[in-house]
Design a protein around this ligand. Structure first.
Ligand code: 13P
Length: 249
């Protein structure tokens, strides 16, 4: 019912030359994928990634976008600039942006609106910190982040948005949430979306990925869970063979 979507988040890795090489390796390995395939690259690699993936089943995303249409925001990139490059997706509210760059639920929501207005598809990230999990606040945190991200966003946009549940303690640590824990928290997010919109919309239109040390070894177990519609992959997306094994889980 919901088509799975596997996306790579390259983070601050890969030059243009490395982008061309990685995409060239990836194309034949993922060409028969049953899921949607996306690579999210640094701004400087986007043009090369769009060009190298033209005519293939690989879509390209950015890792952030500013909320303003244009103006005096030195160093920032607008949604229109990304669309002009041929970019289709954009990660919004990644925990690294929340932790290191002052991202809040309000700025996540503003970026979502700007991205959607320009025709980009947001991959919006939510997830709890280790201390939040340990103090039993996981549900409260992901619910607050989800409600905040979707404030004033119309139901008609739901099929253009992907949610990524990324428990912060599982990112880059080699620790994965158990498939059951990931599924349970994603169910909380889907129930929140059902309350915000409607049960049918949450079931049919809202795709929710898991992210956090997802790799060729654990992908099958995670993807077998009924609530998990895909993955947002960091480290394992930087090697063509590993990423293709995740995509072809
Ligand atoms: P890792 O797969 O390296 O844990 O990163 C996950 C992530 O942050 C994807 O956005």
């Amino acid at each position: 019912m919901r088509k799975p979507i596997i996306a790579g988040n390259w983070k601050m890795n890969n030059t243009i030359a490395e982008t061309k090489a990685l995409v060239a390796d990836l194309i034949p390995l993922v060409k028969d994928a049953a899921c949607d395939v996306v690579i999210c690259t640094p701004y400087t690699d986007l043009a090369a990634a769009v060009e190298a993936t033209a005519g293939t089943n690989i879509k390209v995303g950015a890792e952030n976008v500013h909320w303003a249409e244009k103006g005096a925001f030195t160093g920032e990139i607008s949604a229109k600039m990304l669309v002009e490059l041929g970019v289709e997706y954009v990660i919004i509210g990644h925990s690294e942006r929340r932790q290191y760059f002052g991202e809040t639920d309000e700025t996540v929501n503003a970026r979502m609106k700007a991205a959607l207005a320009a025709g980009l598809k947001p991959i919006v990230c939510v997830g709890e910190l280790l201390e939040e999990r340990e103090s039993g606040k996981t549900e409260e945190v992901v619910t607050r982040q989800t409600v905040g991200a979707f404030k004033d966003i119309d139901k008609s946009e739901l099929e253009n948005i992907v949610i990524a549940y990324e428990p912060v303690w599982a990112i880059g640590t080699g620790k994965t949430a158990t498939a059951q824990d990931a599924n349970d928290t994603i169910k909380v997010i889907r129930d929140t979306m059902a309350k915000l919109y409607c049960e049918k919309c949450a079931q049919e239109k809202v795709r929710i990925q898991y992210g956090g040390s997802m790799n060729p070894k654990n992908v099958a177990e995670l993807m077998a869970m009924p609530e998990i519609d895909g993955g947002l992959i960091g480290g394992a997306s930087l090697k063509a063979e590993d990423f293709s094994k995740v995509v072809n889980y």
